[in-house]
Design a protein around this ligand. Structure first.
Ligand code: HEM
Length: 492
């Protein structure tokens, strides 16, 4: 006992840190990257707060491409930017990077953050639950809530002022996702939603933790006052979802529409093929809701700003809508979707310029050779999605907004990993089809009623995106919109 002195513990920790630094450095010496200093590593290149961190990462990754190393303290992160390397790693390394533990308070312990050992079985079940037939059965839900959105916007836009699109898009996508996934009526568009307040605040606290190195160790985090607040919010979100699941599973409560929803299918499937506990169902349902609503709302907000900024593109989207719907304000159907080709390209171009998940991370689970360099198991890999999407090598004049970059013949010329807003490989986004369908229904309905007439932003470079769980701009998404003449005159 007497041999375990604080001095000995300190020496062991120091030797371990030195050894891991030297071991990784030995393999990483030939990989290019900014100079690393003891303790801080090369973290100084990212300094400058949430606004600069993305810009600085893009700058550094571009300077040292195609493989860049960054020491964040004692932690080595490699950033590949060659699409072949990205494809190989995302196909083979499925473990999330250790930094994801800071966002568990937001996404819970479901698919988004879980270790591969738990993730594998659950992913298979959830993917089969969200099949195309099930997604098609949600079309009424997408349409009904979009109608509610239109009615709300008719009131909110009466005074002709700019309105920030993000809050209202968050309310609408949350209403849609809670109805189709859990079968509950959130009513976020009708009344102030506590759930949105919890979601927003818990995400803010997770970002505070990420940007304060002293809050990284579990012990210091637990001692901080914001950890208590974060834990309480985490519990509130968890308990909300748990109550829904309890009522459905043990009290047989039906969804508010009376129709089958995601949770019904999930409970049915898991009861048949290996019963999940209420806790597992709660975690996975929460993960889907939290991963889905914010990302979709943000992408829609960028879409509306782009439409207001580029009137000629909006005209083309509208022309296509007129060719499919004529003068009718009917619901969007599954059969309409394949005819909305320009709208599809427009959404993809928005996702290219503004990938709301601008950076993702994995931890290598096996040793790998990347770009001719041996990289040992356990190394963190960062995928700079924003950099790839704005790389002039793949997208000449990258800040030029041009939906025709996504014409089939143009897409065929590019590597699949030059466009990865939903990530790539076995651990990509499970909700990408759900998201694309929702966004198409919302935009196809909204644009038949309203014209986006103005945004104070003049060009894309003015939207200064900052590092966040989903990349946002501080100035928001202001758009001024007007009812289309035929709608205002009541002929539609
Ligand atoms: C425009 C909307 C969306 C975008 C841009 C987006 C993007 C992404 C990305 C990039 C990932 C990978 C994250 C990582 O590896 O760290 C991801 C994962 C995920 N997304 Fe989405 N997403 C969107 C909408 C949705 C929707 C609507 C849902 C649910 C219905 C959803 C559910 C999930 C889940 C559960 C994961 C974790 C998958 C796993 O680890 O197996 N997402 N999403």
């Amino acid at each position: 006992m007497y041999f375990v002195t604080p001095g000995l513990i300190f020496t062991v920790i120091a030797l371990w840190l030195l050894w891991s630094f030297l071991w990784k450095n030995f393999f990483a010496t030939k990989i290019k990257g900014p100079w690393a200093f003891p303790l801080i590593g090369s973290a100084y290149v990212l300094f400058g707060g949430t606004h600069n961190i993305l810009e600085n990462t893009v700058r550094v990754v571009s300077k040292y491409r195609p493989l860049c190393k960054l020491w964040l303290g004692n932690k080595l992160t490699i950033f590949p930017s060659n699409p072949d390397d990205i494809q190989m790693i995302l196909n083979r390394s499925l473990e999330k990077e250790e930094g994801y533990r800071y966002i568990k308070t937001v996404f819970g312990h479901g698919l988004f953050t879980s270790p591969v050992s738990e993730w594998k079985g659950h992913r298979k079940v959830i993917v089969s639950t969200l099949n195309q037939q099930v997604l098609n059965s949600f079309m009424d839900t997408y349409n009904i809530y979009t109608r509610e959105l239109i009615e709300k916007l008719k009131i909110d836009t009466k005074d002709g002022q700019h309105i920030d699109m993000f809050p209202i898009m968050t309310q609408c996508t949350l209403d849609i996702i809670c109805s189709s996934i859990m079968g509950t009526q959130m009513n976020a568009m009708k009344e102030e939603s506590q759930f949105i307040m919890w979601m927003t605040r818990v995400a803010e606290l997770a970002i505070i933790r990420m940007f304060n190195i002293y809050l990284w160790p579990e012990l210091f985090w637990k001692l901080s006052p914001i950890s208590k607040e974060s834990h309480e919010l985490d519990q509130k979100i968890y308990n909300y979802v748990k109550t829904v699941i309890h009522n459905k599973r043990h009290k047989g409560l039906k969804s508010h529409t009376g129709k089958k929803i995601f949770l019904d299918y999930l409970v049915e499937l898991t009861d048949r093929e290996g019963r999940w506990t209420d806790e597992e169902l709660t975690n996975e349902t929460r993960s889907v809701i939290m991963a889905g609503s914010d990302a979709t709302a943000l992408t829609l907000s960028y879409c509306l700003v782009m439409l207001a900024m580029f009137q000629d593109i909006q005209d083309k989207v509208y022309e296509e809508l007129c060719s499919v719907f004529g003068d009718s304000d009917r619901f969007v159907t599954v059969d309409d979707l394949p005819h909305l080709q320009y709208l599809d390209r427009f959404i993809k171009e928005t996702l290219r310029v503004f990938p709301v998940t601008s950076m993702i991370g994995r931890e290598l689970t096996t040793d790998m050779t990347i770009d001719g360099h041996f990289i040992p198991k356990g190394t963190s890999i960062g995928f700079p999605i924003l950099y790839i999407h704005r790389n002039p090598e793949y997208y000449p004049d990258p800040l030029k907004f041009d939906p025709d970059r996504f014409l089939p013949e143009e897409v065929a010329k590019r590597h699949p990993c030059t466009f990865i807003p939903f990530s790539f490989g076995p651990r990509n986004c499970i909700g990408y089809r759900y998201a694309m369908m929702t966004m198409k229904v919302i935009l196809a309905t909204l644009l038949r009623s309203f014209k986006m007439v103005h945004t104070p932003y003049k060009e894309i470079s003015e939207l200064k995106i900052k590092f966040d769980i989903a990349t946002k701009v501080d100035e928001g998404y202001p758009v001024r919109m007007e009812l289309r003449k035929n709608v205002a005159a009541g002929t539609k």
